[in-house]
Design a protein around this ligand. Structure first.
Ligand code: CA
Length: 220
């Protein structure tokens, strides 16, 4: 199946051009015009790579990149001579950048290179495993000891985020940002309720540990 590339660009000419060129290069392209839309669509579709403009209305490309937290490969589109944006993007986990104006052929070549690298390192693996739990991102399927478990979309996204950061402490605020797409101090109770529900459905209580005063950690 062709990889799906998300293009986040508010300029209609550039957005249309990039989409057309990616499709000609054999990818499926999904074009959205704002950071908010991008974060929403990323929760709905398996996306292999994001081409992300820095200058967007609402939350900008750098903020989107930060919220993605390395969960999907990113190529930033930066204004010419905006070295600060390029550095910030790379520090926030972007894999590469292309400065405007750029040739669509160059962008397509970068997309191909980043996809090859990420496939090699497996950091966007479609299947995540931890102990008895196997999560298949494309099929949106979760199995525990081979038994399929029905999760809501939110529970699925929550589990995916925890598995992707297995062994690391993930704070409630980080989960709110990455899974719910907003930062709202005081809403951490929402996270706790979903974690409790997720633990119950998985039936593997030791898998998601509470790290007192900090957040959660997925461990085998
Ligand atoms: Ca723009």
């Amino acid at each position: 199946m062709a990889s799906t590339i998300m293009v986040v660009e508010d300029d209609p000419n550039i957005g249309a051009l990039v989409r057309t060129y990616l499709e000609r290069s054999g990818y499926r392209a999904l074009w959205v015009r704002s950071g908010e839309e991008a974060l929403a669509e990323l929760r709905r579709h398996p996306i292999s790579l994001v081409v992300l403009d820095v200058g967007l209305p609402g939350i900008d490309g750098l903020e989107v990149c930060r919220r993605l937290g390395g969960s999907v490969p990113v190529i930033m589109l930066t204004a010419r001579d905006e070295e600060a944006d390029r550095v910030a993007g790379l520090e926030l986990g972007a894999d590469d950048y292309v400065s405007k104006p750029f040739s669509p052929r160059e962008l397509a070549a970068r997309v191909k290179a980043v996809l090859r690298r990420s496939a090699a390192t497996g950091d966007t693996a479609d299947v995540l495993e931890l102990g008895p739990v196997v999560l298949a991102r494309g099929a949106r399927e979760v199995r525990v000891d081979g038994r399929e478990v029905e999760l809501t979309q939110r529970e699925f996204d929550l589990l995916e985020h925890l598995l992707r950061h297995a062994g690391q402490v993930v704070t409630r605020d980080q989960l709110l940002e990455s899974v719910w797409g907003f930062l709202a101090p005081g809403e951490t109770r929402t996270v706790e309720v979903h974690i409790a529900q997720l633990r119950k459905k998985l039936g593997a209580p030791a898998l998601i540990r509470t790290v007192r005063g900090l957040g959660y950690k997925a461990t085998a």
